[in-house]
Design a protein around this ligand. Structure first.
Ligand code: PLP
Length: 369
C-alpha cells in the first residue's frame, strides 16, 4: 500500500456534481471577475468566521499585504511575526515596506510565544502577526493584552486554520483583521489561487475593497493607488461549494488526529502535537518531532509513506532573508525555530485518508522508533 501525503482528487470526486454545476453557472453567466459569486461567498465566509466583513482577494500573501497597506503600516515601521512560519507571513511585511521582527515559538504549541513578544517591541512597532500554525489557534488573549497595552494592531494569519476555535471563538475575528489563503492544499481550498480578509471593522474592509481593485469603487474613478488582487467568480463559486463541507471535513481531520494520538504515544524520542485546553485546532497538519527525523522520513518513504516538512528552511535562514537588513539589529539566529526545523515531520492527514491507511502508517512508524 502506498500513502500519498495529500490526495486532492478525492475531494473533487466527492463534490463533483456541485463543483461541475458551479462551473457551468459561472460560465453561462458571462461575468467572471467581482460579481455575484464573490459577493455571496464573502457573506457566507464572514458568517462562518463570526466576522462582520469578508473581502475576497487573490491569495493569502496578498490578504496579509493588503491588511498592512490598509493599516498604513510601511517604511519605518516594525511588525512582530513568528520566526517559525511559512515565509509568506514575513513577505507580506517586507512587501509593505516594513521591518520584520521575528519572535520564537512556544516549545509545545509551536505558536508564537507571548512571553517573548514584549522584549521585541520598540517605539517603531505597529503590529503583531499571530499565525495559527498547523491549524491550531495562537494564544490570542495573551497577544491582544500585550497589543492593547502597547497600542499595537493584531493581525491573524489564518491561512492554515479555517474554522479553528480559540476559547469557543472562531479564528478570523480574534484580532483587528485576518488573512486567509484558499490555496488548494489548505483546509478550505479553491481550484487555484484565492484568499480573503475578514474583519469587524467597516472602514478597514472598505479600504481593502479599494486596494484589491486598483483603488477604485467605481470604474475609472481611482481614489487611491491600489493593486490588482481580486478574487474571481469561478474560484468564489467553487469555494461556496467547498465551504458547505468544511465543518464535516474538519471533523474528519480531527478523527484522523485522534487515531494518530491514540495509537502513537509520546516516548522519549517521539513528541506528538500538544493542544492547550482552550484550543480547537482544525488539524491542517499533523506534525511530530523526532531527533533522527531525516532517517525516519527515509524509512517511511521506503515503506511507501509520503511525509513532508513544514518547513525545512526557516525564513531567517532562507536566501531571501539570511543577509537581509531586517535581521541585522536582531539576533540573526533563532535556536528553537532552527532546531524544530531539523526535527519536525508532517504525517499524512486529510478528510479522505482512510482508517486503514492511518493504521498502516502508525504500525510502520512504531516499528522504526
Ligand atoms: C499558505 C500560507 C500563506 C500564503 O497563502 P497563499 O495563498 O499561498 O499566498 C500564508 N501564511 C501561511 C501560514 C500559509 O500557510
Amino acid at each position: 500500500m502506498k500513502v500519498p501525503f495529500l490526495d486532492l482528487h478525492s475531494p473533487y470526486i466527492e463534490l463533483k456534481s456541485e463543483l461541475d454545476s458551479a462551473y457551468q453557472r459561472v460560465m453561462e453567466s458571462g461575468w467572471y471577475i467581482l460579481g455575484k459569486e464573490v459577493e455571496a461567498f464573502e457573506t457566507e465566509f464572514a458568517s462562518y468566521c463570526d466576522a462582520k466583513y469578508c473581502v475576497g482577494v487573490s491569495n493569502g500573501l496578498e490578504a496579509l499585504h493588503l491588511i498592512l497597506r490598509a493599516m498604513e503600516i510601511g517604511a519605518g515601521d516594525e511588525v512582530i511575526v513568528p520566526a517559525n512560519t511559512y515565509i509568506a507571513s514575513w513577505l507580506a511585511i517586507s512587501q509593505a515596506g516594513a521591518r520584520v521582527v521575528p519572535v520564537e515559538p512556544d516549545e509545545k504549541t509551536y505558536n508564537i510565544n507571548p512571553l517573548l513578544i514584549e522584549n521585541a517591541i520598540t517605539s517603531r512597532t505597529r503590529a503583531i502577526i499571530a499565525v495559527h500554525l498547523y491549524g491550531q489557534p495562537a494564544d490570542m488573549d495573551a497577544i491582544n493584552e500585550i497589543a492593547t497595552r502597547h497600542n499595537l494592531k493584531v493581525i491573524e494569519d489564518a491561512a492554515q486554520a479555517h474554522g479553528a476555535r480559540y476559547k469557543n471563538r472562531r479564528v478570523g475575528s480574534l484580532g483587528e483583521a485576518a488573512g486567509f489563503s484558499f490555496y488548494p492544499a489548505k483546509n478550505l481550498g479553491a481550484i487555484g489561487d484565492a484568499g480573503a480578509v475578514t474583519t469587524n471593522k467597516a472602514e478597514l474592509a472598505d479600504k481593502i475593497r479599494l486596494l484589491r481593485n486598483y483603488g477604485s469603487r467605481v470604474k475609472y474613478d481611482n481614489e487611491i493607488q491600489g493593486y490588482n488582487n481580486r478574487l474571481d467568480e469561478l474560484q468564489a463559486a467553487f469555494l461556496r461549494v467547498k465551504l458547505s463541507k468544511l465543518d464535516e471535513w474538519n471533523t474528519r481531520r480531527l478523527q484522523v488526529a485522534r487515531q494518530y494520538l491514540n495509537t502513537l504515544s509520546n516516548n522519549s524520542d517521539l513528541t506528538l502535537p500538544f493542544t492547550p485546553k482552550w484550543a480547537e485546532p482544525v488539524w491542517h497538519l499533523f506534525v511530530i518531532r523526532y531527533p533522527n527525523r531525516d532517517e525516519l522520513q527515509q524509512k517511511l518513504h521506503q515503506s511507501g509513506i509520503a511525509t513532508l516538512i513544514h518547513y525545512p528552511i526557516p525564513p531567517n535562514l532562507s536566501k531571501a532573508y539570511s543577509r537581509h537588513k531586517d535581521l541585522e539589529e536582531y539576533p540573526a539566529s533563532f535556536p528553537l525555530t532552527e532546531s524544530l526545523s531539523r526535527e519536525i515531520l508532517s504525517l499524512p492527514i486529510s478528510p479522505h485518508i482512510s482508517e486503514q491507511e492511518i493504521d498502516m502508517i502508525t504500525k510502520v512508524l512504531i516499528s522504526f522508533i
